[in-house]
Design a protein around this ligand. Sequence first.
Ligand code: PLP
Length: 239
Amino acid sequence: MTNQTLTETIRRNLGSVQQQIAAACERSGRPAASVKLVAVTKYADWDWVKTLAKFHSAFGENRPQQLAERSPLLPDAEWHLIGQLQRNKVRQALQHASVIHSVDSSKLLRRISLLAAELQVRPQILIQVNISGEDSKSGFTENELTAEWDSITQEQGHVDIIGLMTMAPASRELQEAQAVFRGLSRLKSELCSHPASVSSGITLSELSMGMSGDFEVAIEAGATIVRIGSRLYDGLQTQ
Ligand SMILES: *Cc1c(COP(=O)(O)O)cnc(C)c1O
């Protein structure tokens, strides 16, 4: 594939995703600018990412290692870590991502907060919630999060807790995804009116939900960040 074809393919894919985002926003009575697209690059060849970077500047990686390799090559981009984070990779993650979507335990949050202080950075944090309750999914259950919310809000010293993140069930049923997204949106409202949120100034303005197969439904349920990978690379084949 020539460079020109690659550029055209990526531009067309990005354009069509952006149009669908705008249309979903309009159906929900929201401005298109209320949804941020994080372009997920985990399966993308480096060439594709570089090409995408001509048109787009927010990227998501799900492994800290690949994040650490790629983010220095595009230093002006905004990098998000969206995948599971092990405690021994926190330092690496903080050095390369400004937003972490996958904080799935209080222990991990505490570790992030500690290292953020040491590295003098202030990451934006999303708390990952396992709304569907599937065993295979990581994240707080709703009950855990509600029970631990008081202590979570006390970690605001060195991080900004900006919102919640979830993944829809693996099933291809859009209705199931919709139920999960609505569940996260409801949980956000509940947590926002929690006295601990009010006293610590946490507003949870962001809902990170929706991927290639279900982002329109997610936007209709209130997503403010969608994480989209494969749709951007339609028609391309990895080397
Ligand atoms: C891979 C991944 C995505 C993007 O998935 P696509 O179906 O390729 O759009 C979004 N979020 C997370 C956490 C991922 O790991």
